[in-house]
Design a binder for this molecule. Structure first.
Ligand code: UT7
Length: 337
């Protein structure tokens, strides 16, 4: 069975926070932040905005671009570490209600910044049981969990949501070819946000902020990026030259540059938008995918790879060919169900 992404959408909150604004409150500068991360500004949600509200906006755009009605959906997965509620209800259930996707099973998936890659692969597997279209969303309100006094971490993050619609076919080749999902729990303490059941004795969860050992995470990211990308290409028998575009997790432009140097491949193949969006964790890859498609960096028939890494530690990637809207009539002519 082939599983295609048939629509994408994204949403960024209106408010833009520049490096200069952060430098006015923190011991940092625009020059330091840009030279160490490639980030100049990020979007931050309004006080009355929520992860689910951003997810709904991205989802509506993805459904419109796929030409899929909410009631056709059989599954909604929201990849997030910043769900509206600490545990339940899931953000996916809130999104389902808002969209009117009454036939969809719903759950959240937490694999930090790799969440969208994990969610895409989970949805691909579940489409075998229920071939109705699936909605996969990455949505994050990172601004609610970062420590705005910690210059080592807060300068990186922003808020955003990105969504894709997945549709299955037995006959229309293309879509997702291979995936790699991995984790290394030995690095679990490199990025931590406490306040779960383990830490309840030490105070309410909202008091807890993200803590990160940045340099160690940087080194991990460069190493596993190489492993995932080479692994995907080896499995498929392709080389880097066959890839039209690599969508990296938008953590830090210097990580992507280090990967390109290490692999001896052109930097231009990597799509980057962190300059104006920053690191939006699980939202970063679907937002970048949507922007790369909308700006025609990715075109019909292109082979692309998406690579994520983050807390857990988790990492992974997806290799797929993008058929775009051309897949839709073909899928309709060869329905799976
Ligand atoms: O998406 C989840 C995954 N997370 C990541 O991918 C994050 C990966 N890591 C990074 O992006 C980088 O490690 C950071 C941007 C977080 C830090 O950059 P770095 O080049 O690795 O800096 P560093 O941690 O090695 O620190 C070097 C120096 C330190 O000062 P001393 O001890 O040498 O005096 C830091 O205190 O830079 C200092 N520093 C800053 N200085 C000005 C750290 N942050 C800042 C800052 N402004 N914002």
């Amino acid at each position: 069975m082939f599983v295609h992404i048939t629509g994408t959408g994204s949403y960024l909150p209106e408010r833009v926070v520049t490096n200069a604004e952060l430098a006015a409150k923190l011991d940092t500068t625009d020059e330091w932040i840009y030279s160490h991360t490639g980030i100049r500004s990020r979007h931050i949600g309004a006080d009355d905005e929520s992860t689910s509200a951003m997810a709904v906006k991205a989802a509506r755009a993805a459904l419109a671009s796929a030409g899929v009605a909410p009631e056709e959906l059989g599954l909604i997965i929201v990849a997030t570490s910043t769900s509206d509620y600490q545990a339940f209800p899931s953000t996916a259930c809130l999104v389902q209600h808002e969209l009117g996707a009454v036939n969809a099973a719903c759950f959240d998936l937490q694999a930090a910044c790799t969440g969208f890659i994990y969610a895409l692969e989970a949805a691909r597997g579940m489409l075998r049981q229920n071939p109705r279209p699936a909605l996969v969303i990455g949505a994050e309100m990172m601004s609610r969990i970062v420590d705005w006094n910690d210059r080592n971490s807060c300068i990186l993050f922003g808020d955003a949501a990105g969504a894709v619609v997945l549709e299955a076919s037995h006959d229309v080749p293309g879509g997702i070819w291979h995936s790699i999902l991995k984790a290394d729990g030995s690095g679990s303490q490199l990025i931590v946000r406490e306040g779960g059941a383990r830490g309840l004795a030490s105070g309410p969860w909202m008091q807890h902020t993200l803590q990160m050992k940045g340099r160690a995470v940087f080194n991990f990211a460069v190493k596993v990026f190489d492993e995932v990308l080479c692994g995907l290409l080896n499995r498929s028998g392709h080389t880097f030259a066959d890839l039209a575009c690599v969508i990296p997790h938008q953590a830090n432009a210097r990580i992507v540059e280090a990967v390109a140097r290490r692999m001896e491949v052109p930097l231009e193949t990597f799509y980057m938008n962190m300059e104006t969006i920053g690191n939006s964790s699980a939202a970063s890859i679907p937002v970048a995918l949507d922007m790369a498609i909308t700006s025609k960096k990715i075109k019909e028939g292109d082979l692309i790879a998406m690579v994520g890494f983050g807390a857990g530690l988790t990492y992974g990637g997806i290799l797929m060919s993008w058929r775009g809207q051309a897949a839709k009539p073909a899928l309709a002519a060869h329905p799976t169900a």
